[in-house]
Design a protein around this ligand. Structure first.
Ligand SMILES: *[C@@H]1O[C@H](CO)[C@@H](O)[C@H](O)[C@H]1NC(C)=O
Ligand SMILES: *[C@@H]1O[C@H](CO)[C@@H](O)[C@H](O)[C@H]1NC(C)=O
Ligand SMILES: *[C@@H]1O[C@H](CO)[C@@H](O)[C@H](O)[C@H]1NC(C)=O
Ligand SMILES: *[C@@H]1O[C@H](CO)[C@@H](O)[C@H](O)[C@H]1NC(C)=O
Ligand SMILES: *[C@@H]1O[C@H](CO)[C@@H](O)[C@H](O)[C@H]1NC(C)=O
Ligand SMILES: *[C@@H]1O[C@H](CO)[C@@H](O)[C@H](O)[C@H]1NC(C)=O
Length: 327
């Protein structure tokens, strides 16, 4: 009996956070002590968090207040392309809050400082082999919920109700999370499409922020409404066991591996600064072609490079249910 339990646990261990060889999978997303200043080379086409509170503060609620929570979802870049990206189910997620004492409402979201393309592909500067990444992401909290934006092609549904004091605890957590989780990661990397396949790397994007907030709220004692469909966009890469290559200084530095440096540079060469989401989609198609032909992907994760031996179906975009926390 004991052995069976142990075996079952071992199997769960393999599928949820497996150990193959000495490396622990999935590779944990690295947390930082603080958020460094962004490099002046990175210039946003659209200002990050234009209507947020100046110092990133989140207003304090009265402890006895009742706060309604909304799931918000709309196609990425809806303001520019309408429902176009909705057809690909490339959705952006956020959370809404409404105070019953003041009637004011608020939106919290986590997104790229320099747009998705800049988080997915690096810049290659003339005469510099090392790719340059503008890949920071951060939380934005602002007053108001743009009902029209979320409702027209997306979702705006209440999912839970919490007290003002729970909201204030959540606000404190959002600030900590924002200061320690500083970069965006587009890709989820798995061994195969099988549900129990090993997860090598997990993404870190807008939907992951929403999922972390739901989890935190659940820990704080929130009860979520049942039977609300909650689907999220995920971009998957499929590969055999990844191989660690090193960081920028070990690969591109004076004592780096010149041939590897050249290969990584070549890999990213076609994907230079993106000005539009259409360009980004084209790049994703191109990188798909490349993965199929060369069975190679160089992933940048935790500011380090990994080699992915790619395999079918190489890249997929899914829109999958991840249920609300239940207690
Ligand atoms: C990506 O970064 C470059 C360099 O900072 C910038 O010129 C460009 O506008 C950014 N792209 C978008 C879509 O913001
Ligand atoms: C998160 O960090 C960014 C970048 O420093 C900042 O602009 C933003 O105001 C912060 N958000 C919150 C909610 O603290
Ligand atoms: C949020 O507040 C605005 C301004 O008062 C209002 O137009 C909108 O309907 C509110 N949305 C929700 C979901 O409460
Ligand atoms: C995954 O599940 C399939 C069938 O459900 C099984 O054949 C396979 O051995 C499992 N793989 C792992 C790694 O657990
Ligand atoms: C890069 O890796 C080397 C070797 O592991 C390490 O000594 C160095 O501190 C790393 N550099 C950065 C910037 O993390
Ligand atoms: C340099 O990288 C290549 C892969 O591009 C690898 O085959 C080779 O073993 C590496 N050399 C050293 C000295 O690590």
């Amino acid at each position: 009996m004991m052995t069976r339990v142990a075996l079952a646990l071992a199997l769960i261990g393999v599928s949820v956070c497996g150990v193959v060889g000495l490396q622990l999978w999935p590779v944990p997303y690295r947390r930082f002590d603080y958020r460094p200043k962004t490099d002046p080379y990175c210039q946003a086409q659209y200002t990050f968090c234009p209507t947020g509170y100046a110092d990133g503060s989140i207003p304090l609620m009265k402890d006895e207040d009742t706060i309604e929570i909304f799931r918000l979802q709309a196609p990425v870049w809806e303001f520019k392309y309408g429902d176009l990206l909705g057809h690909f189910k490339i959705m952006h997620d956020a959370i809404g809050f409404k105070s019953s004492l003041t009637g004011k409402n608020y939106t919290a979201e986590w997104y790229e400082l320099f747009q998705l393309g800049n988080c997915t592909f690096p810049h290659l500067r003339p005469d510099v082999e090392e790719p340059f990444w503008c890949n920071q992401g951060a939380a934005c909290f602002f007053e108001g919920i743009d009902d029209e934006h979320w409702r027209s092609y997306g979702t705006l549904v209440p999912v839970a109700t919490i007290s003002g004091s729970m909201f204030n605890q959540l606000a404190k957590w959002i600030k900590e999370d924002n200061n320690t989780g500083i970069y965006y990661e587009t890709w989820t990397v798995k061994d195969s499409m099988a549900p129990n396949s090993t997860l090598w790397f997990d993404s870190y994007d807008c939907s992951k922020f929403v999922l972390r907030v739901y989890q935190k709220l659940s820990e704080l004692g929130a009860t979520f409404k049942k039977s609300i469909e909650t689907k999220y966009t995920r971009l998957f890469l499929y590969s055999g066991e990844p191989v660690y290559l090193g960081n920028a200084s070990t690969i591109f530095g004076p004592h780096g591996n010149k041939s590897l440096a050249a290969e990584i540079h070549k890999f990213y060469f076609p994907y230079r600064p993106h000005q539009s989401f259409k360009d980004l989609l084209l790049s994703i198609l191109e990188i798909y072609g490349k993965s199929v032909l060369q069975k190679t992907f160089y992933l940048y994760y935790n500011f380090e490079y990994w080699y992915l031996p790619m395999k079918p179906p190489y890249i997929t975009i899914t829109y999958e249910e991840i249920p609300l926390p239940s207690r």
